[in-house]
Design a protein. Structure first.
Length: 415
């Protein structure tokens, strides 16, 4: 069924007030256009439906406010939530199978607002293939760092970035590389998003005190080689992760910070001594996702004088290895922007790719951590060792025509 037909079906169900059809068409259309989230937002006079596609929200349709209570009830029944409870937020989940046999998990969250309950449904495609490490779009220097860290017999590898920046995908790609018959891999997750053969995956339940810290402590008694813990949120989890790495385990996890260097400050602020940090951290990956330009309709664009001046400095500061690997693109200094065609739904972008900043520990950086030096000095030392930051990785991808300069600066700070 064509995309426009699905949208037409959604419009017809709004006009006829057919609630089951409305909810089904909405989910079906969202899956078709590769949405990650569905937002149902009651306003003063109407309810808005927006889909997040490639990280950006897009308005799809509106329906009259009088239909909203029935839509909310329908979704609550599907996800086994309390229909009569409208004063507090609720979380649930449901499972749908599309006509072409794809299995989807929907995580449903409700929130009371002044105009009624707002609903967000996160779509997780269970049949989606985990990309191999080379498919993630990691620049050569960064990729070398990543491979070295994954080959370490012990230590901690951290990924950092906001929600929806692809951290889980990076971790799963790493695990699929490490997943061999001779190693025991345990994961402690909240929730288990993708089930993989060969891994022992466990889901935490904080309501019965099965937390990341408790799960990680128990995992150490399961004779693991590699442990993946969903997130380091507190001192206790950080302590056990460090203990695990010091006793010969490779630990992979996520943490919430803005960039790689800030992660060191964050862990110190959790109360972890500098000497333990320097001894255990192998690699810190900061990442963001940017939209890829549609290859069928991207067009050459002119930068403003200010942009040109700034980009010149960024290109000048690129590590020599990156300049050599992308010699033609660096010489041309040609940038592209979105145009819009049928293939990309007239948006100009299609799919996403990661920007990566990889801080690989070396003797100089360890010495600076032990001396309690500031983030600026750590950043300079990392740059000297050839680290690409989010901005330089983004500009490199824009030079290659993969994404636009606007996309890069939508997610990366100017240095």
């Amino acid at each position: 069924m064509a995309e426009s037909e699905k949208l037409q079906q959604l419009k017809e169900s709004v006009l006829s007030g057919n609630i089951p059809q409305l909810v089904l068409s909405m989910i079906s259309h969202a899956i078709d256009i590769r949405s990650s989230d569905i937002h149902i937002e009651p306003q003063k006079t109407r309810t808005k439906i927006r889909f997040r596609v490639d990280g950006v929200l897009r308005e799809i349709i509106e329906y009259p406010l009088n239909l909203h209570p029935a839509v909310v009830s329908r979704i609550k029944i599907m996800s086994e939530l309390k229909i009569d409870e409208q004063r507090i937020p609720q979380d649930g989940r449901t499972h749908v199978t599309t006509k072409d046999g794809r299995e989807m998990d929907l995580r449903v969250s409700t929130l009371p607002t002044v105009n009624g309950e707002k609903i967000v449904m996160r779509i997780q495609d269970k049949s989606k293939k985990i990309p191999d490490l080379p498919e993630l779009g990691i620049e050569e220097t960064n990729f070398k760092y990543f491979q070295e860290a994954l080959a370490s017999p012990n230590g901690i590898i951290l990924t950092t970035g906001p929600t929806g920046s692809g951290k889980t995908t990076t971790l799963y790609s790493s695990l699929s590389t490490l997943n061999k018959p001779e190693v025991n891999i345990l994961t402690i997750e909240d929730p288990v998003e993708i089930q993989m053969d060969g891994l022992n995956q466990s889901q935490v339940h904080p309501d019965i005190n099965y937390t990341f810290a408790y799960g990680l402590r128990c995992a150490l008694r399961q004779d693991p080689n590699i442990i993946m813990v969903g997130e380091i949120r507190d001192r206790e989890t950080a302590d056990i992760a460090i203990e695990a790495s010091l006793t010969g385990h490779l630990v992979l996890s996520t943490i919430h910070t803005n960039n790689a260097v800030e992660t060191i400050t964050r862990i110190v602020n959790l109360g972890i001594p500098n000497y333990l940090l320097a001894a255990t951290i192998e690699l810190i990956i900061a990442q963001r996702l940017v939209r890829k330009l549609c290859p069928d309709c991207k067009k050459i664009v002119e930068l403003t004088p200010d942009q040109k001046e700034h980009i010149e400095k960024v290109i000048e500061a690129l590590p020599d290895a990156v300049k050599t690997a992308n010699k033609d693109a660096v010489m041309k200094k040609q940038f592209y922007g979105p145009a819009g065609c049928e293939k990309c739904n007239n948006i100009g972008y299609l799919g996403r790719i990661g920007l990566y900043e990889m801080l690989r520990m070396n003797d100089e950086i360890r010495k600076l951590i032990l001396e309690n030096k500031l983030s600026i000095e750590l950043e300079q030392a990392a740059s000297r060792s050839g680290m690409l930051n989010l901005e330089t990785d983004g500009v490199t991808k824009a030079l290659k025509g993969i994404t636009s300069i606007e996309e890069v600066y939508r997610v990366a700070r100017k240095s």
